[in-house]
Design a binder for this molecule. Structure first.
Ligand code: FAD
Length: 384
């Protein structure tokens, strides 16, 4: 059997499912091709923290893109719950950044100015205020910043709702179907060849997460990327010792309603190495215990890992590729694929429907790669 549809989406992660939902709701015939089960890779691993902050006085286009997307969640999650009955776990948890060094404490005024300049609410917290919000914080921690608008979704619930809503709206899903190659007619992609069949469409969208770069190579195109592994631990403590999304460095503690706490996450340039390591897990536990000493008595309920799709400059690849018809990229969302899923779906749908773009995606064009002098995918720590 072969599929013939208007749009094919390669990859059933959060990005592919979000796009399929938005397109199906706009009346477009769309099919997702997923080589395994949907939303089982990074899109299941993610903590689901919906957070964005300015990390420098001059922020690039990613921050406003994230902020726009974050605004879409509440309505989206309510709509999906009405449609499917599935709670996405959207909660207005609020966030706290800890300030541990003198340099961080001295720089807090300037840091808060950067947030204000970008429309992000942020308040300085000192001893009593911080303890009022987080009574179990280590006695050594006296300074922080409160972000009242940080929220979260429960990723497995959110992606389940997205997929259910997409299918209910008429999207089609083929699981255990691996895309092996593209079908071309001149300089136009007319579909794909999978391990089961040939599929034809007016537009093919590449949403294969960290596997997108090698898929694009099949077309002779470069969208350079690298998987960055992240490990996560799930703690359980019914006393609910953590109340906000607490962050320091690369460590986040994201509390769930019932006392579970997601502690993430490492950043490792180890290719697709599928295992949790003693080093990764002990680093996370050590940070968690340093911030909240009472977590010593919590139970460890689960550990897992996933692969974030990082691009050459930390910006996603969204849009068409010069000289190639019938083809769009929607990939490379690195640490923010959950946050960016609603806006990515919206702008891709705008492109396909010929609508005025909801956001200027020119900075995310995959064609920027051809203007780069060098492609460096070596480990870095400056991306958020
Ligand atoms: C530990 C960790 C914590 C994170 N926390 C957060 C967070 O708190 N907030 C946030 O916004 N983001 C977070 N992220 C990032 C987020 O998870 C990713 O950016 C996002 O999931 C990427 O989604 P995706 O759909 O592009 O990729 P993926 O989820 O990787 O999905 C790609 C899909 O494509 C399929 N595929 C690949 N090749 C083929 C093929 N040839 N044929 C068919 N199918 C194929 C794969 O099987 C996969 O299902 C986190 C990531 C990790 C790893």
């Amino acid at each position: 059997m072969s599929i013939q549809t208007e749009v094919l989406v390669i990859g059933g992660g959060v990005i592919g499912c979000s796009i399929a939902r938005e397109l199906a709701q706009a009346g477009v015939a769309v099919a997702i091709l997923e080589r395994g089960e949907p939303c089982r890779e990074a899109s299941r691993a993610a903590a689901g923290a919906l957070i964005a902050r300015a990390n420098s006085p001059q922020e690039g286009p990613l921050l406003p893109f994230k902020l726009r997307s974050m605004e879409m969640f509440e309505t989206l999650c309510v709509e999906m719950e009405d449609e499917t009955g599935i709670d996405s776990g959207f909660r207005k948890t609020g966030g706290i950044d800890l300030l541990l060094t003198q340099e961080e404490i001295d720089g807090v005024g300037e840091f808060i100015e950067w947030q204000t300049a970008n429309g992000i609410e942020a308040e300085r917290l000192e001893d009593e205020d911080i303890r009022e919000l987080e009574s179990n914080l280590s006695a050594n921690i006296e300074h922080g910043i409160f972000f009242p608008r940080f929220t979260q979704v429960r990723t497995p619930w959110y992606t389940k709702a997205l997929l259910a809503s997409a299918l209910r709206s008429g999207a089609h899903l083929e699981t255990h179907t691996e895309v092996l190659d593209f079908l071309l007619e001149g300089d136009r992609v007319i579909g794909v060849k999978t391990d089961r069949e040939e599929c034809f469409a007016g537009t093919t969208i590449l949403a294969g997460g960290p596997w997108s770069s090698s898929l694009a190579k099949l077309l002779g195109r470069e969208i350079p990327g690298v998987p960055v592994k992240g490990q996560i631990i799930l703690l359980n403590d019914r006393t609910r010792p953590v109340r906000h999304i607490v962050h320091y460095g690369k460590t986040y503690l994201t509390p769930r309603d019932e006392g579970r706490i997601v502690v993430g996450s490492t950043e490792e340039w180890v290719g697709f190495q599928r295992r949790n390591t003693v080093d990764g897990i002990s680093t996370l536990l050590q940070s968690a215990k340093t911030f909240f000493p009472c977590l010593n008595r919590s139970s460890v309920e689960d550990i897992w890992h996933g692969f974030r799709p990082l691009t050459v400059d930390g910006l996603p690849y969204i849009g068409g590729i010069e000289g190639l018809g019938g083809f769009l990229c929607a990939t490379g969302h690195y640490r923010s694929g959950i946050i960016l899923s609603p806006i990515t779906a919206r702008v891709v749908t705008d492109l396909l429907m010929g609508r005025e773009p909801s956001f200027d995606i020119a900075p995310f064009s995959p064609n920027r790669v051809s203007q780069m002098e060098a492609v460096d995918l070596s480990p870095r720590t400056d991306l958020h």
